[in-house]
Design a protein around this ligand. Structure first.
Ligand SMILES: [Zn+2]
Ligand SMILES: [Zn+2]
Length: 555
């Protein structure tokens, strides 16, 4: 019999901040029983995935082994940890465990994705849950929303502490304060592997508490002359509460704008986790209030075009019109890649005479993730045999692994698809597994390798020409071919309309085609395509994508 082994395999989240999906397994090689921690999404951008709605981890490896999957655990309710359940759960069909608030959000996501959510079970913190050879507990940990948890995973080969997203905050406002004693006790049990958040490894100062924002925010809201608008991630429930309370203390009523914002506040309130959130006013009521008595908290901190912030920046939205003397606050950080979208909103606001404040002074935003000194604190509390960095881009994982090694812990960099064998004293790469991304595009899901997005980018970059040609029973052209251009300059070097130039050129070229070309669809299509691309290169200096439609009259 083969010896049993303990494995760790990130399918998402290790190599990016987003689409977290971590597999653990225990058993004989190739027959391990499996559990999954988190199943989240990443957000698309115009450059890399235009038109796509969500990016999901490719879970093909796990799907092929779903008979061995005993459970899915969700650490917390952020989109990068829970949202892909909405599209992918039915491919796995394992029971889902989450704490109350997370379970409510998970059910919503599954419902929105048209999936049954009967399998979602609400777990209490510290209650042991049996899943195959694993016994798993949710451990409260501080982050930026209610009921964030680390997972204590007991296996026959030792204990794993999977931190989930966390920061060390003794007064996080929402969610449990960081409990040093708890994590020291967990360390006393003996931890084989600490699988640890790496997001803020490059921040060298100690992290600040959410509670430090209350005073500066209240002062800002009290002193700002006109209407005050603030944006943050809708899922940053802690910040919504901090801002709403600061507004109340500064004599402003709070109006929430954006569906995600309403959902989060309602769900947290229904779960009994937000009892001290000030009552809010509707946008209609807000329209009748003096501007200086109002704080609007809006979605769209990343500059998303359709979100409330961008709409307010562009013009009247829900009856609210921003103007000279108003103030707009970004109580958030900009995710790398979103800078241009955010700047567009900032400039739109600037054109309206609105004063824009961002996080550059560090006064109005603190991160939900542990900075380097706090990560070191976690290492020291837990004292694991090995540290496996997760939740970060490759540079974050590398830096964290280096830090761990320098501090005397065994460590390894394991980006998505790297299966580590954790059975021994040090992590060993066991194998590499095919991983990647899936795209949710409208209501369809397809793989990155299907080439759809690649094709869409090509169309966007190169433009498109459609050529239609009709042939009779004897393969003779019936009239000229016609060309229809999309996304191309209307005219080029010859100062004539591009489609006319193309049609003239095609008339010349097709006249010279012999029967062999005219009688063969493939040859004809290729010859026309080449003629169009050559002609366009000549006229406008570009080679567009070309579609040729050949229609033949039946015999
Ligand atoms: Zn999070
Ligand atoms: Zn996260």
């Amino acid at each position: 019999m083969k010896p049993e082994r303990l494995i760790y395999l990130p399918l998402g989240g290790a190599g990016e901040v987003g689409m977290n999906a971590y597999v653990y397994g225990y058993g004989p090689k190739g027959k391990e029983r499996l559990i999954l921690v988190d199943l989240g999404v990443t957000f698309p951008d115009m450059d890399g995935s235009p038109g796509v709605d969500l990016i999901l981890p490719d879970i093909a490896w796990l799907e092929e082994r779903r008979d061995r999957l005993d459970a899915i655990f969700v650490t917390h309710a952020h989109e990068d940890h829970v949202t892909a359940l909405g599209q992918l759960w039915s491919r796995l069909k394992a029971p889902v465990y989450a704490r109350n608030f997370t379970a409510r959000i998970a059910k919503k996501k599954m419902q929105e994705g048209g999936q049954s959510f009967d399998s979602v079970q609400t777990a209490k913190p510290r209650d042991p849950i049996e899943a195959g050879p694993f016994t798993v507990q949710f451990l409260p940990i501080s982050h930026s929303l209610p009921e964030a948890s680390a997972m204590l995973i007991e296996t026959p080969a030792g204990r794993i502490l999977h931190t989930g997203d966390f920061k060390i905050d003794l007064s996080p406002g929402v969610g449990e304060p960081f409990d040093e004693k708890l994590y020291r006790e967990i360390g006393d049990l003996g931890i084989k592997a600490l699988v640890c958040d790496s997001t803020n490894i490059f921040n060298t100062h100690q992290g600040r508490s959410e509670s430090t924002l209350a005073e500066p925010l209240q002062r800002l809201f009290a002193e700002a002359p006109g209407l005050m608008v603030a944006t943050t991630f809708a899922s940053n429930v802690a910040r919504l509460r901090t801002m709403a309370q600061a507004a109340r203390d500064a004599g402003r009523s709070v109006c929430l704008m954006g569906r995600a914002m309403h959902n989060m506040v309602r769900t947290a309130t229904e779960a009994g986790l937000l009892h001290d959130f000030p009552t809010t006013v509707t946008p209609e009521e807000a329209g009748d209030m003096p501007r200086e008595n109002l704080l609007i908290i809006s979605t769209g901190s990343q500059g998303e075009r359709r979100a409330a912030s961008a709409q307010l920046a562009r013009g009247t939205y829900m009856g609210i019109d921003l103007k000279e003397g108003d103030t707009f606050l970004f109580s958030s950080m900009t995710i790398p890649g979103n800078e241009r979208s955010v700047l567009r909103v900032v400039n739109d606001l600037s054109e309206r005479g609105v004063e824009v404040l961002d996080n550059s002074g560090g006064l109005y935003h603190v991160s939900g993730h542990a900075n380097r000194p706090d990560l070191e604190r976690m290492h020291d509390l837990v004292r694991p045999a090995m540290i496996i960095p997760m939740h970060g881009e490759h540079r974050h994982l590398r830096k964290h692994a280096k830090l761990a090694a320098a501090r005397g812990f065994a460590s390894a960099i394991a980006p998505n698809g790297t299966m580590l064998d954790l059975t021994g004293d040090t992590p060993v790469v066991a194998e590499y597994v095919e991983t990647g991304r899936l795209y949710l595009d409208g209501t369809a899901v397809y793989g990155a390798l299907d080439g759809v997005v690649r094709e869409r980018i090509k169309l966007a970059l190169n433009g498109h020409v459609m050529v239609t040609l009709l042939l009779d029973e004897d393969d003779r052209p019936m009239g000229d071919a016609w060309a229809d251009c999309q996304g191309l300059a209307p005219q080029g070097r010859s100062r004539r309309a591009l489609d006319e130039v193309l049609e003239d050129e095609l008339a010349d070229v097709i006249e010279r085609f012999d029967r062999k070309v005219l009688g063969n669809d493939d040859k004809l299509t290729e010859a026309i395509r080449r003629a169009v691309r050559t002609c366009c290169l000549d006229e406008i200096g570009k080679k567009p994508e070309v579609t040729v439609v050949v229609s033949r009259l039946a015999e």
